[in-house]
Design a protein around this ligand. Structure first.
Ligand code: EPU
Length: 337
C-alpha cells in the first residue's frame, strides 16, 4: 500500500475535474482498509468509490481512500432465487452484465449506470421504473472510527428516492464493503412499463423479451440520451426531480398547462427537472467548458477544462432561474465537494 501525495483525481471522477488529493491510497481488501484506518486515526478522510456522483469544486485536504475491493460470488440459491454478493469496488455495469449472462433477473433496468457497486446503496440508484433497493438484501460496512464491521439490512438502510441512511443519519461514518442482492432464476419480473423501453423493444420486433433484451434496450436508450463519461465528463442527473404538493402543482399548471408530472402519493407529485430546465432555455447551452447536455437537460457536462466551481456556478444559475420561473426548487443530486 502506497500513500501518494498531491495526487490528481482527474481520472477518478467522471466529471473529469482536475483537483488534487492531499494524500491518496487505494485499498484492495478489508485488511488493507482496516490498516489504513488504524494507521491514520486522526487524519481527515474522504472515501472514494467510482467517483460518478460528485462534483469536486476544490482540492481535497484529506486522506482520500479509494475503495478498490473486487470480487463477486453466489452465496446462496434455491430453485427460484439466487443471492449474489459483490465487493464495493466492482464496476456496477460490469456486475449487472455478469448477472444477466447467468440469466439472473432484477438488475437489467439498471444497466449502464456509471459507478461502483459500493456506492449504489448510498443514493439508491434508479432508472426506468426500477431502483436498486428492489433487489437489495443487505450491505456490510466498516465503521471509520472503530473499524468494526456492521450489517445494514434493507429496513435499516431507509431507502427513498435517491436517499438512504448513508446520506443522512450515518453520513460519512461508514465505508460500504460489499452488497448482497436477491435475484430471480426464473419467472423474471420484467419491468418494461417505462414508455421508452416498450418502444425500443417494439422497434426491434421483440414481443417476449428476455432480461438480456431489456438490458440491451436500456443500454440503447441511455446511449441515445446520456453522454458517456469517457467521452464527455458528467455525473448523470445533476439534479433530483422535485417532489411537490399536488395542490401547488395544480396552481402552477394553470400558468404552464404543458408541465408533466408523475404521481408520488395522494398529495404529492414529481415534476421532471429536465423539463423545467429545458423550458427555462438551458438545454444544450454552453458557458465556457461547462454546459447542459443537448439531449437530457438534467445532465451537466464538462467539455474538457471546466473547473468544479464553474459547473457549480452554472448549477446555481439554473436553480435560481427555474425557481424564478416556476417557484419550484430543484436540489442537486450529486455530492458537491
Ligand atoms: N424532460 C424534458 N427535457 C429533458 C429531459 C427530460 O422535457 O431534457 C422531461 C420529459 O417530459 C420526459 C421526462 O422529463 O418525458 C422524463 O425524462 P427521462 O425519462 O429522461 O427521465 P428523468 O426523470 O429526466 C430520471 C433519472 C435518470 C434515469 C431516468 C430514466 C433522476 C434524477 N434521474 O431522469 O437517472 O436514467 O429517469 O429512468 O431521477 C441519474 O440518476 O444519474 C440518472 C441518469
Amino acid at each position: 500500500m502506497q500513500i501518494l501525495t498531491d495526487f490528481s483525481l482527474k481520472n477518478y471522477n467522471t466529471f473529469g475535474i482536475e483537483a488534487k488529493a492531499k494524500e491518496f491510497v487505494s485499498v484492495h481488501n478489508q485488511a488493507e482498509l482496516k490498516e489504513v484506518l488504524i494507521q491514520f486515526p486522526s487524519s481527515k478522510k474522504f472515501i472514494l468509490g467510482g467517483g460518478s456522483n460528485m462534483l469536486l469544486t476544490k482540492d481535497i485536504d484529506a486522506l482520500v481512500i479509494h475503495v478498490d475491493l473486487k470480487g463477486k460470488k453466489i452465496i446462496d440459491e434455491n430453485d427460484d432465487f439466487v443471492w449474489v454478493e459483490a465487493q464495493a469496488g466492482e464496476n456496477w455495469h460490469e456486475f449487472v452484465l455478469w448477472t444477466i449472462d447467468q440469466d439472473f433477473g432484477g438488475l437489467e433496468n439498471l444497466s449502464l449506470i456509471p459507478g461502483n457497486v459500493g456506492t449504489t446503496p448510498i443514493q439508491n440508484i434508479g432508472a426506468y421504473g426500477v431502483e436498486m433497493k428492489d433487489s437489495f438484501v443487505l450491505c456490510e460496512a466498516m465503521h471509520i472510527e472503530t473499524t468494526e464491521n456492521l450489517i445494514f439490512t434493507k429496513e435499516k438502510c431507509r431507502f427513498g428516492y435517491r436517499e438512504s441512511i448513508f446520506k443522512n443519519e450515518v453520513k460519512d461514518e461508514f465505508i460500504i464493503l460489499s452488497v448482497v442482492f436477491k435475484l430471480t432464476k426464473r419467472n423474471h419480473q420484467l419491468n418494461t412499463s417505462y414508455g421508452a423501453i416498450d418502444t425500443e423493444l417494439a422497434k426491434n420486433g421483440i414481443l417476449q423479451p428476455t432480461i438480456k433484451d431489456v438490458s440491451d434496450a436500456v443500454i440503447a436508450i441511455r446511449k441515445s440520451k446520456l453522454p458517456d463519461p469517457k467521452e464527455l465528463g458528467n455525473s448523470g442527473s445533476f439534479f433530483k426531480n422535485p417532489v411537490i404538493l399536488k395542490a401547488d402543482y395544480d396552481k402552477i399548471k394553470v400558468k404552464f398547462p404543458e408541465m408533466p408530472s408523475y404521481t408520488v402519493s395522494e398529495t404529492e407529485v414529481k415534476v421532471p427537472a429536465g423539463w423545467l430546465i429545458e423550458q427555462a432555455g438551458f438545454k444544450g447551452k454552453r458557458f465556457g467548458d461547462a454546459g447542459i447536455h443537448q439531449f437530457q437537460a438534467l445532465v451537466l457536462v464538462n467539455y474538457g477544462k471546466a473547473t468544479g466551481k464553474e459547473i457549480y456556478t452554472l448549477s446555481k444559475t439554473i436553480q435560481q432561474t427555474v425557481f424564478e420561473q416556476y417557484g419550484i426548487s430543484i436540489e442537486a443530486e450529486v455530492n458537491i465537494i
